[in-house]
Design a binder for this molecule. Structure first.
Ligand code: UDP
Ligand code: MG
Length: 323
């Protein structure tokens, strides 16, 4: 997919920390972001690399990334997509190129302060597999926050994956978790949810959040809906199960209506021209139809699950010789 790669100029010690950043038309933020990242990570005193993934930007972003790579060739790498594939695809690409033992994801818009990275990594060092950030004092408009709250509530219910803040991409993962993510073959997915699936110990810490000072949000309403639909269909079959329940409920209703009409006919006499009997029969058939639809949906859902090719299990430890 990437049609251009800026490599590191000279072989450096294998990085311990890899920071992956999706970039879509962020020309106003990249300069400051690069500076602050390099400053923060250098202060940590561990070998690191920063991978920017240009998700088909149409502004000067790639030019700026080329400059950053020239300025810090030992730390900064960049990949370029030839068109816009989406934030999560960009992170996938970054993960595949990453060499660190620890991966950190971060937005390019400086809303997640890069200075929080040491805290996330320190948490991983405590033995967690995944450390999520949740935005304390989120600095977005109410119109951006309310849908997010709804999403957080509905998604944790529907997918059974408990994330306090689905939208926060400031997160850190152990190499093993990212390896499992890399083995998935799905084309649309949601990285934090996948990571939770493959993690044994997960924790979440509050992280700072700043207003977007430059550039605008890259998520239109449609794009946001599509992302949440990916999350919903990628991690649960609940929607199709609901259709199934509905089918059964309608069919049962029809059956009991028929039963009621039958008993009524014995004791009271026939109702007007059998209209309601017809309704009862109709309901039974409509219900069965809906149920049939849900069954087909269930099979399609299962095929989808196979197609995604996610690892079916992840072995954490083995005792005795490994074959
Ligand atoms: N992004 C991307 N591809 C897209 C949309 C967004 O790579 O199609 C990047 C964007 O450059 C930023 C991050 O994903 O680094 C989050 O986007 P944004 O800040 O616009 O989202 P919001 O904070 O409004 O949810
Ligand atoms: Mg943002």
């Amino acid at each position: 997919m990437p049609n251009q790669v800026l490599p590191l100029s000279k072989p450096t010690p294998a990085p311990e920390i890899t920071v992956v950043i999706p970039v879509f038309n962020e020309e106003d933020n990249l300069g400051e972001l690069g500076e602050r990242l390099v400053r923060t990570l250098t202060a940590m005193g561990r070998p690191y690399e920063i991978i920017f993934v240009d998700d088909g930007s149409t502004d000067r972003s790639w030019q700026l990334l080329t400059d950053l790579n020239g300025q810090y060739p030992q730390y900064i790498r960049a990949l370029q997509f030839h068109r816009n594939f989406g934030q999560h695809q960009a992170i996938f690409a970054g993960f595949q190129a990453a060499r660190g033992r620890v991966m950190v994801t971060l937005d390019a818009d400086l809303q997640n302060p890069p200075e929080e990275i040491p805290r996330l990594v320190a948490k991983l060092d405590e033995g967690y597999d995944t450390v999520g950030g949740w935005r304390e004092n989120r600095q977005d408009s109410i119109f951006r926050r309310l849908p997010s709250q709804l999403v957080n509530y509905v998604m944790s219910r529907v997918t059974g994956i408990k994330l306090r803040d689905y939208g926060c991409m400031l997160r850190a993962y152990r190499r093993e978790v990212v390896d499992s993510i890399n083995r998935c073959q799905e084309s649309s997915s949601f990285i934090p949810a996948l990571a939770n699936l493959f993690s044994h110990r997960v924790t979440e810490i509050p992280v700072g959040h700043a207003e977007r000072e430059r550039g605008t949000s890259k998520y239109s309403l449609i794009k946001l809906l599509r992302l949440n639909f990916d999350l919903m269909t990628g991690f649960s079959n609940l929607p199709i199960h609901l259709v199934g329940f509905m089918g059964v409920a309608i069919a049962l209703l029809g059956f009991f209506l028929g039963l009621f009409l039958f008993i009524r006919r014995i004791f009271v006499g026939p109702e007007v021209e059998g209209v309601f009997t017809l309704f009862a029969i109709l309901f039974v058939f409509v219900g069965l139809n809906t149920l049939g639809l849900a069954l087909i949906g269930e099979y399609v859902g299962r095929i989808y699950r196979e197609v995604r090719g996610r690892p079916r299990f992840v072995i954490r430890q083995t005792l005795g010789p490994e074959s």
